[in-house]
Design a protein around this ligand. Sequence first.
Ligand SMILES: Cc1ncc(COP(=O)(O)O)c(C=O)c1O
Length: 404
Amino acid sequence: MTSAKQHIYRRYFPSLNRENQQLTYLDSAASTQVPEAVLNAIQNYYQHGHGNVHRASHQFARQATNAFESARKTIAEFIGSKADNIIWTSGTTQGCNMLANGLAYSLTEGDEIWVSELEHHSNLVPWQQLAARTRATLKCIPILNNGDIDIDNFKEHFSEKCKILAISHVSNSIGALLPIPELVRHAQQYGAKVIVDGAQAIAHLDVNVERLGCDYYLFSGHKVYGPTGIGVLYGKTEALEALQPSIFGGEMISQVSCETSTWNRLPYRLEAGTPNIVGAIGLAAALKFLKQFPLKERLNHERSLLNYALKKLREHPKVELIGTPMMRVGLISFVLKGIHPQDAATLFDQYNIALRCGHHCAMPLSKKLAKQGSIRLSLGLYNTQQEIDKLIEAIDNIMELFDE
Ligand SMILES: Cc1ncc(COP(=O)(O)O)c(C=O)c1O
């Protein structure tokens, strides 16, 4: 891909086009930069009149409700679903907690909840808590030495005791892409509900919840070029109906007396209180922004950058890759031989390169594959081949410092 073509995407991101802007941003798995279209949508919303949704009949409230519900439709279309199957959350973490709390009633002692060893803590700790509360047993699909999940082990031990499988679509530590349709088919044969944490997949794959077949799918706005504080919980209709509300208050009710209440219809039943209206509008703007580019070209751009970075890092004598999964998207973890990842990250910062180091909120995986943690490079649409070259040059310089 020519460098002119790579810059097609970059020019839409004001934070990366400021005068004297020198930062090579390789931390999109933590949070992506925000395109101008999203900034404009947020500004426009407040500038043209802000009101609360679903409550008043005045003009600002009507405008807000229309924009908010239209945003829900945009999100639904983006993932191949319907608007009523989209629940707004504040992010993936809140979504996981809503599911863990909302499904608690369906578990009893002896039931199993399954996760995997590569989960982000957001999709692990709520299940640990739920298991403790309900006396269910938490089971973990182990990972192999290359970071892929041990699917044979999963198939051998999974049984009708399992009521919930909560699993990542893409690992936030090593970029491994999990075989979700295969996991879903297997787990559902035993009657389990399947929850997919799509936080690291939504920006890098053509996510279609119907094709995946999962019962629930979660993601965060700030990892797909949208604002922080907004996220999505998708659920099949019967799966959302099976979910008990765990946050109570305005909007989620139908009738209230001093003694008791009845619940609103879906999706509102699961959205108590004033929602993040502008966040929803901003996220819809981000997804519309993505949609304007042919999907194949966008994904090819990322794939070719990822392959380029992988090749360069693999060839480097001082770099050790952490995890070599069969299929990967979005990111690569590595260590520099003989240098603690924290020291390396500090030095990268001096070269104006933004990377993440540590255990990446996935301690079980880190303990197995990289005890001291690792450095993570994660890509966004705006990255270029020159930025990967800059990273490799910085690695050479850092290694020279340590070799002296
Ligand atoms: C795979 C995965 N799941 C869940 C989360 C939590 O997302 P949030 O902090 O937006 O709730 C993250 C964030 O890094 C993630 O990478």
